[in-house]
Design a protein around this ligand. Structure first.
Ligand code: OGA
Ligand code: MN
Length: 203
């Protein structure tokens, strides 16, 4: 659970550069509990391909190759509930410091099989206009540099790669930061989430 000092640093980084990496957001035990929960759901075929049809499970020709499962706020498993609470604390803490108007959180598990990635994109305009702040939290312990699978941020003419190491949380402004998931040589587990503003219009 982030402390006050962390919230100030997070708010400052989001204001100054639009993104931040928190390497030890979850403890090893918290990440392991979430990974086990994710694997159990996946084993029960509760995750569904994020891409459809022939594209599913492959990067070539498809935007993304992961399988996902949304967290349901009314039916959270114990590790999901702990994660949800941490996200909501982050939401409230950032609202006190920034004028982002974060109203709600959403999150899903994502499993990328070996070789799968997610092509370069922005989160807000592709999927959902109410997304303000994106979060990705990683669940694989002992990730090695040559396992691949980095989250690659496209920052103007500069690239910044982040290893999907268990416990690391990445936050970035959904409308601003282009990013992609590079293919990995091993299965890659994460929780992607979004902090949402009040929705305008029909939804
Ligand atoms: C996404 C995404 C990044 C990652 O789900 O929109 O960009 O590192 N995920 O898993
Ligand atoms: Mn994304």
């Amino acid at each position: 659970m982030p402390q006050t000092a962390d919230l100030n640093a997070i708010a400052d980084a989001l204001t100054a550069q639009g993104w931040i990496v928190l390497p030890a957001f979850l403890s090893a035990a918290e990440a392991a509990a979430l990974a086990a929960d994710c694997r159990a759901l996946d084993a029960a075929a509760a995750l569904t391909p994020a891409a459809t049809g022939r594209e599913s499970g492959r990067r070539e020709g498809g935007l993304r190759g992961d399988r996902t499962r949304w967290f349901e706020p009314d039916a959270l498993s114990p590790p999901q509930a702990a994660y949800w609470q941490a996200m909501d604390a982050l939401r409230r803490g950032l609202n006190e410091r920034l004028l982002l108007g974060l109203e709600s959180v959403e999150a899903h598990y994502a499993v990328y099989p070996p070789g799968a990635g997610y092509a370069r994109h922005r989160d807000r305009f592709r999927d959902d206009d109410a997304r303000v702040l994106s979060s990705v939290c990683y669940l694989n312990p002992d990730w090695q540099a040559n396992d691949g699978g980095a989250l690659r941020l496209h920052l103007g003419n500069r690239l910044h790669d982040i290893a999907p190491q268990a416990g690391t949380l990445v936050l970035f402004l959904s409308a601003d930061i282009e990013h992609e998931v590079l293919p990995a040589t091993r299965e890659r587990l994460s929780i992607a989430g979004w902090f949402r503003r009040r929705e305008l219009g029909s939804r």
